[in-house]
Design a protein around this ligand. Structure first.
Ligand SMILES: Cc1cc2nc3c(=O)[nH]c(=O)nc-3n(C[C@H](O)[C@H](O)[C@H](O)COP(=O)(O)OP(=O)(O)OC[C@H]3O[C@@H](n4cnc5c(N)ncnc54)[C@H](O)[C@@H]3O)c2cc1C
Ligand SMILES: *[C@@H]1O[C@H](CO)[C@@H](O)[C@H](O)[C@H]1NC(C)=O
Ligand SMILES: *[C@@H]1O[C@H](CO)[C@@H](O)[C@H](O)[C@H]1NC(C)=O
Ligand SMILES: *[C@@H]1O[C@H](CO)[C@@H](O)[C@H](O)[C@H]1NC(C)=O
Ligand SMILES: *[C@@H]1O[C@H](CO)[C@@H](O)[C@H](O)[C@H]1NC(C)=O
Ligand SMILES: *[C@@H]1O[C@H](CO)[C@@H](O)[C@H](O)[C@H]1NC(C)=O
Ligand SMILES: *[C@@H]1O[C@H](CO)[C@@H](O)[C@H](O)[C@H]1NC(C)=O
Ligand SMILES: *[C@@H]1O[C@H](CO)[C@@H](O)[C@H](O)[C@H]1NC(C)=O
Ligand SMILES: *[C@@H]1O[C@H](CO)[C@@H](O)[C@H](O)[C@H]1NC(C)=O
Ligand SMILES: *[C@@H]1O[C@H](CO)[C@@H](O)[C@H](O)[C@H]1NC(C)=O
Length: 568
């Protein structure tokens, strides 16, 4: 049964001074106080309900709605348009129910989701919400799309400020000039100013109609100027033009106290550094950012498909090892997911040594097929080969990522082959590996940028591998724990062992990584901590695995993975 009061029964620890107030606690604001907040944000305060609440007995029950929600559950656009919808939730607190198959609803709670949402459309409403959270000692969540994979957009007992609908336009500059006459950025090419909670789909529309390339998400439903760009941001265009964070020319940022500042190489350069790769949700809220754009070039792409003939897993893993080992050479020759400004002949030449190696298996243990494609422009390439809306994930999954440099891929084939065996896993584990060819090229050479806050490990990264596993809805928590352990320590551990000193991509990373500070931020962590201290001295912005998050601990409600947030 759904009831807010049920939550009150679950709270504890909120009376302790060091914890954020939670509902039911003595310090929780009275209804009049919430009503006053609602008035000051022009009635835009929402009392949150889980997206699938219509599937459960109670005042919101509605079979038709429930069937719709059930059909849309893995649609990331649907989840993004729900105040507390998540693309990769950390908890299955209110799953949609397939009533048509005779399934019966179990229990539905908000789980780790915030309790209230300010559906802001104006920057001052964001400031008002942050002020309210501070004054009342309530946990704050700032959210745009809810795409985050590490639980950063969740928050038990929190007040959420939803910034998706603060949208003040996407402006094209044919020739960029700094808004405050800053000469430290030499960029004179074109640029876009993205002022608000837009997603890449919105910006691609503007860029593609002008035949321009912009470094944005492979999936167009990702938000532009939040977690994606501030956490690094990789793209089909990143080998040629760098990470998304490297494209930021300047930004308008609202600090925790509501002040709006400019961040670029001349003004608040430390904040500029931090938001260019030091993680979203940590230093301030970006209200707008100006990003570089490039004239588009013809693109060549290749699709390489390998199918096992029979049960010879060994040959398949050998072939995958060959691909990994050859990739740095291919990347150095100018190729990645999308190769720009290269001819089909150049592509053939670059791939020939790899294809020769793969011939060894072709027709005997594997079937290898290669398809070469050419596109006249980047927009044409993106529409055909990228840009798919990926289905959302489930709370019943764990993943880990790792960056790979040239040395780890080419130095010792035996070690590489061994690691690939470990991360491939046993057939019954249904392990998924996604090899992301998003490093190399400009990602390496942008290491010279003094204002880059990304994990320095990116500057030697050629590829990132994401390894993931899930478990059945019906699995017990022992099984779930075993899968998590396998991902963090065995599969994640094998990738780490081969790549000492490198890191993980923080936006696609293991939320259980015990070494998250080193793995996600590398040698930048201390510097980022100081910048956080300067701009957010009261630690208003908390998110798990974000800079400064070690100052808090998320307590656990009995039998749950979430609970009140307390200072350590
Ligand atoms: C379907 C899918 C596809 C993806 N594809 C890619 C990809 O191609 N390349 C890639 O690099 N990553 C990709 N990711 C990972 C993505 O980069 C992260 O999930 C990222 O955190 C999403 O940012 P968001 O702002 O859209 O999400 P949200 O969940 O809304 O926010 C994430 C974090 O950023 C903070 N934040 C949001 N907006 C702001 C702002 N304006 N200022 C400051 N902080 C803010 C939030 O507080 C939160 O901490 C993908 C994820 C999903 C789910
Ligand atoms: C806030 O005010 C609006 C308009 O008056 C109302 O519809 C809404 O229910 C209120 N929100 C809450 C949480 O009370
Ligand atoms: C996904 O959700 C969006 C928003 O609700 C909707 O417009 C779109 O049609 C949905 N896509 C599918 C495949 O159902
Ligand atoms: C949030 O505000 C936007 C813009 O006003 C509106 O379109 C949307 O329906 C609102 N969402 C909810 C859940 O109230
Ligand atoms: C801009 O150009 C000057 C002069 O060529 C150079 O010294 C400086 O490093 C450049 N700055 C950046 C950020 O590239
Ligand atoms: C797009 O731009 C590229 C490079 O500037 C040019 O070669 C190509 O002809 C343009 N294509 C279109 C459709 O305008
Ligand atoms: C592969 O292995 C499975 C299970 O061991 C077996 O059922 C199947 O027949 C094998 N297939 C081939 C082509 O050898
Ligand atoms: C693999 O063999 C098949 C069948 O002989 C052939 O059609 C295909 O082109 C070969 N693959 C490669 C990459 O040469
Ligand atoms: C807001 O915070 C910034 C950074 O800490 C500080 O410089 C500024 O003076 C503060 N503004 C107000 C109005 O307190
Ligand atoms: C594991 O599951 C059991 C039975 O479902 C439950 O009693 C227990 O609290 C759970 N433990 C944790 C840590 O979630």
């Amino acid at each position: 049964m759904w009831s807010l009061l049920a939550l009150a029964g679950l709270t504890y620890a909120s009376a302790q001074q060091s914890c954020k107030c939670t509902p039911g606690g003595a310090c929780w604001p009275a209804i009049d106080t919430w009503n006053a907040l609602n008035s000051s944000v022009s009635g835009k305060l929402i009392e949150n309900t889980p997206p699938a609440i219509s599937c459960y007995p109670g005042p919101y029950q509605d079979g038709e709605k429930c069937a719709y929600v059930y059909s849309q559950w893995y649609n990331s656009t649907f989840q993004s348009s729900e105040p507390v919808g998540y693309v990769y939730p950390t908890d299955d607190n209110c799953p949609p129910v397939d009533l048509s198959s005779g399934k019966r609803p179990g229990t539905c709670t908000l789980g780790p989701a915030p309790l209230y949402t300010v559906n802001a459309t104006e920057p001052h409403e964001l400031a008002t919400g942050m002020g309210f959270a501070k004054e009342n000692n309530i946990r704050l969540v700032v959210r745009n799309t809810g795409h985050d994979i590490l639980g950063k957009s969740e928050g038990y007992g929190a007040l959420q400020i939803w910034i998706k609908y603060i949208q003040k336009g996407i402006t094209y500059h044919e020739q960029y000039t700094s808004s405050n006459n800053c000469k430290n950025t030499n960029w004179t090419g074109s640029a876009f100013t993205i002022a608000g909670g837009y997603i890449w789909e919105d910006v691609y529309k503007e860029a593609f109609k002008r035949n321009l390339t912009i470094v944005g998400g492979g999936d167009p439903t990702v938000g532009c100027i939040g977690g994606y760009v501030q956490g690094g941001g990789h793209s089909p265009a990143s080998r040629d033009y760098g990470l998304a964070a490297d494209q930021v020319l300047e930004a308008q940022v609202m600090l925790a106290n509501g002040t709006v500042v400019t961040a670029n190489a001349c003004q608040n350069p430390d904040l500029y550094f931090a938001i260019r790769g030091g993680g979203g949700g940590s230093y301030g809220v970006a209200l707008s950012m100006t990003l570089k754009a490039y004239p588009s070039k013809p693109v060549v792409a290749q699709s390489l498909a390998i199918q096992s003939l029979g049960n010879n897993t060994d040959a398949l893993l050998e072939a995958i090892t060959d691909i990994h080992a050859e990739y740095p050479t291919i990347s150095d020759a100018g190729f990645s997911v999308a190769a720009m400004g290269k001819s089909a002949e150049q592509a053939e030449k670059a791939f020939a040594p790899l294809l020769q190696k793969l011939q060894r298996y072709n027709g005997t243990s594997l079937f290898v097929s290669v398809q070469n494609m050419q596109f006249p422009t980047y927009p044409a390439y993106y529409r055909a080969m990228s840009g798919a809306h990926q289905p959302g994930g489930s709370a019943n999954s764990a993943l880990s990522s790792r960056m790979f440099d040239k040395r780890s891929l080419t130095r010792d084939r035996k070690s590489l082959r061994r690691m690939i065996s470990v991360i491939a896993g046993a057939p019954e584990e249904y392990t998924l590996n996604s090899v992301e060819l998003v490093g190399g090229g400009k990602v390496l050479t942008d290491g010279h940028d003094r204002y880059s806050g990304v994990n320095p490990a990116w500057r030697s990264t050629y590829m990132v591998n994401v390894v993931a596993r899930g478990w059945a809805d019906s699995a017990d928590n022992v099984t779930a724990r075993a899968v998590k352990h396998d991902i963090t320590y065995r599969k994640g551990g094998a990738m780490k062992a081969l790549t000492p000193g490198l890191g993980s991509y923080m936006n696609e990373a293991d939320r259980n990584d015990p070494d998250w500070a080193a793995d996600f931020y590398g040698t930048n962590y201390q510097r980022l901590s100081h910048i956080k201290q300067k701009y957010d001295s009261e630690n208003m912005f908390y998110c798990p695995t974000c800079v400064g998050s070690e100052k808090y601990e998320q307590k656990r409600l009995p039998g749950k993975e979430y609970g009140p947030l307390c200072a350590v």
